[in-house]
Design a protein around this ligand. Structure first.
Ligand code: NAP
Length: 437
């Protein structure tokens, strides 16, 4: 496809996918969205770190060919569209890219650009690793026990955008239909005259591809367990179905490599608790991975009290949104939490900062670029460029241990040295050098 406003780099090739495996050339073209608010500050620092990590890891053999694509305020100002079609097309065509935060007005107005990107590209997994960096200030006593990876479903649930506003003609029609065809359900609406409505689609296909991705990832990375998080005790046909479909998928497709709590319950009903315990212990001792489930509200307590028990978490959109930010708080906040939005079938993956545009800090060059940096680390691992990814982690780790940090960490640390966003980037690059003997 030809592009009007996107400048394709003269040098570089497309990343492609074949039989579910991404093929990455040595000079891949990588689309990026700078982002709104603090986006330009953190992107500048991040690109500097990414280029340095690649140079240090591979010399002249590999290079990222960055290609700017537009979304948010910059796109609107220059091209009159908040999310130009060619931006979506560029991610579709070049497969792997990265983005900074984008503004989303609350209430009326345009739909969230992030949600639109995820939906239009069908990026059904929102991958959020949460792990602690040594010496990073944390509100919990043992942040070193936090090492979880969240697989949040990205295309369904209450985030589907099917909403009816109170007082609108469409809402009136919707209510009439509900009253006429489902009178018992309509009777459950406490204040029908003034209610707005939202619809929560959760499908078997949507659940299966998410749970499949989580289990595959967990097995490939030698994790001990996958936990399905749901509120199925209340929302039986959506969240309850997610749990059931998740277990069915686990047993059907990974039956020889996992042991499920559903299996445990069946054995317990048929043969008693002792037999179920013996079966479970034997399965886990033989190296099978545990697939279990937990109610959404209790996981917030459990992951605080017993973080070691949790490895990989698979859940729906809304639960995943809350949970990933709550878990990020344990390891230093959203300023350092990365994310990736991935479709493992098409190969399209957009990695992103998980925080917002923090408008009050725009152009002040004081915020932390680590969320974009660690999203870049995830992107490089997805591309198989693990050496560059390792250097980014090493650079951040050493900078934090040396207490040379940006303002968000500086105000939580004693005897730290305050750095600007760009200085922090330079410090990370310095810390990629081999440690002095
Ligand atoms: P926010 O931009 O994430 O900022 C909330 C607070 O988090 C900031 O005031 C700051 O805390 C801290 N923070 C965020 N990023 C930081 C960084 N890189 N370094 C250090 N501290 C950082 O959330 P918001 O104010 O609710 O949202 C602002 C806009 O961003 C909204 O339009 C929202 O829709 C959008 N948003 C976009 C995305 C996305 O693009 N993925 C995600 C979330 C929100 P202190 O005040 O304590 O310094």
């Amino acid at each position: 496809m030809s592009y009007k406003n996107v400048q394709i780099p003269d040098v570089g090739e497309k990343i492609t996918i074949q039989n579910g495996k991404v093929n990455v050339p040595d000079f891949p073209i990588l689309p990026f969205i700078e982002g709104d608010g603090i986006g330009p500050d953190i992107w500048r620092a991040s690109q500097y770190v990414f280029d340095a990590a690649i140079r240090r890891a591979y010399g002249e053999k590999r290079k990222a060919c960055w290609m700017e694509v537009y979304a948010g305020e910059k796109a609107y100002k220059n091209f009159g569209s908040w999310l130009p079609e060619e931006t979506i097309q560029a991610f579709r065509e070049f497969l792997v890219g990265i983005k900074g935060p984008l503004t989303t007005p609350i209430g009326g107005g345009m739909r969230s650009l992030n949600v639109a990107l995820r939906k239009d590209l069908d990026l059904y997994v929102c991958l959020r690793p949460v792990r602690w960096f040594p010496d990073l200030p944390s509100p919990v006593k043992h942040p070193e026990n936090v090492d979880m990876v969240i697989f949040r479903e990205n295309t369904e649930d209450l985030y589907s955008g099917i909403e009816f506003e109170e007082g609108c003609p469409e809402t009136k029609t919707f209510k009439q239909l509900l009253r006429e065809y489902f009178p018992d359900e309509f009777a459950k609406v406490r204040f029908p005259e003034t209610a707005g409505f939202g619809i929560k689609p959760i499908s078997r296909e949507g659940t299966e591809r998410l749970v499949r991705a989580a289990i595959r990832w967990a097995l490939a990375n030698h994790r001990r367990n996958v936990t399905l998080v749901h509120k199925g005790n209340i929302m039986k046909y959506t969240e309850g179905a997610f749990r059931r479909w998740g277990y069915e998928l686990a047993e059907r497709e990974f039956g020889d490599r996992v042991y499920t709590w559903a299996q445990y319950d069946r054995t317990k009903s048929a043969k008693g608790e002792a037999a179920a315990n013996a079966e479970r212990d034997q399965a886990l001792a033989s190296g099978r991975m545990l697939v279990r489930d937990i109610i959404a509200d209790i996981i917030f307590q459990d992951t605080l009290i017993r973080p070691k028990d949790y490895d990989v978490i698979a859940t729906m959109n809304l639960n995943g949104d809350y949970l990933s930010d709550a878990l990020a708080a344990q390891i230093g906040g959203v300023g350092i939490a990365p994310g990736g939005n991935i479709n493992y079938e098409t190969g399209v993956a957009v990695f992103e900062a998980t925080h917002g545009t923090a408008p009050k800090y725009t152009n002040k060059n004081i915020v932390n670029p680590s969320s974009v940096l660690l999203s870049g680390e995830m992107m490089f691992r997805y591309m198989g460029w693990n050496e560059a990814a390792d250097l980014i982690v090493q650079g951040i780790e050493r900078s934090v241990i040396a207490k040379t940090v940006t303002n968000d960490f500086y105000r939580l640390m004693e005897n730290a040295k305050l750095l600007s966003t760009s200085e922090f980037g330079q410090e990370i690059v310095r810390n990629m050098e081999p440690a002095a003997a």
